[in-house]
Design a protein around this ligand. Sequence first.
Ligand SMILES: [Zn+2]
Length: 313
Amino acid sequence: MALTIGVDVGGTKIAYGVVDEHGAILERGLRHSPAGSPEKMALTIADAVTELAARHSVEAVGIGAAGFVDETRSIIRFAPNLAWREEPLREKVGELVGLPVVVENDANAMAWGEYRFGAGRGESHVVCVTVGTGIGGGIVLGGELYRGRWGMGAELGHMQAVPGGRACGCGNSGCWERYASGSALLMEARNNAQADPAGAAHLLRLGGSVEGIQGEHVTEAARQGDRAALAAFESLAGWLAQGLADMAAVLDPGCFIIGGGVSGAADLFVDRVREEFAARLTGRGHRPLAEIRVAEMGPAAGLVGAGDLARLR
Ligand SMILES: [Zn+2]
């Protein structure tokens, strides 16, 4: 049985585990992410790998990392939320653990996990959209992960949806993720509550004030029928649908997968996304409609995907 270790490195924690060829996690662990120190990060990852490799016969290590990974899957060029700049992570961890290592963008690893073992099973052309604080993504075309010429592809959240629109952390403005992410959902809900307090009774009770409203309050209030919260989800669905329709115009996938933290509330918006997608798709009525599915694997998709990519290296 070919086992690998998958590692999912985020800004606050590192999730890791032993993954088999069916995508099952045989053993897993979690560590604090030393986000400010590339040296400590490499040592922490290596230590976690060594711990698991002592108990399981593993052949390779896949690391999914929140950053821009080069096309050789070795170097993290830049990570917005971590201290990595031109970081040769593959070499560093590889030397410490004595196993082959591949590094992959975390959203790519998640998309691969869902494609192989989750909501994308049986499809060959899949676009995975990770809706959380921002929007990440991964693209599988013809059964291959599409990385682009320099490994920088599938940064879906930074398509410009609104020229001159809301400022984005990437330095541009009007990026899709400023309208269709969890942060956008929260901002919209707060704005709605400010403009129409009477229609935001549940939201304001949960949050205590407009500023006190948090992401989970928007979901809870929407489930209670709160008008302001429902309108925020309606807005999210419209923006998501528009982005998916634009991507369908370019990539023509058989299936979109919506994952990330916000997908936990998918029952509140995914039907609306499907309707709006069908209404906005170019060539509609004369082409099959891509399916829009909700991710199945939760946060484990990144770890499992990274491990599987290491096996297929
Ligand atoms: Zn941006």
